[in-house]
Write a new protein. Structure first.
Length: 93
């Protein structure tokens, strides 16, 4: 089962500065609007993130909360300990 986080809890993590938010949508959607401070999942950004602390909280989001589940699994398979997919995605944010 893919770990998920609800919008309210994600908003608390954002406000507290306790998590990295990863936006896996396309660059045009990211440019049109994204969660403040979120990084766009470009190969360069993801490579940099995979070289950072894998114990840091990571919240992955997409449009509706479906594709982010696969991306969350990808991070888990690379040793990230605290990564979750945001339920409802940016649409619900």
């Amino acid at each position: 089962m893919i770990p998920e986080i609800q919008i309210g809890e994600a908003a608390t993590l954002l406000a507290d500065g306790d998590a990295v938010f990863v936006d896996i949508r396309d660059p045009q959607s990211y440019a049109a609007g994204h969660i403040p401070g979120a990084i766009l999942a470009t190969p360069e950004h993801v490579e940099r993130l995979t070289q950072s602390s894998k114990s840091r909280e990571v919240v992955v989001y997409c449009y509706h909360g479906n594709s982010s589940k696969n991306a969350t699994l990808w991070f888990l398979q690379r040793g990230f300990e605290r990564v979750r997919s945001m339920s409802g995605g940016f649409e619900d944010w």
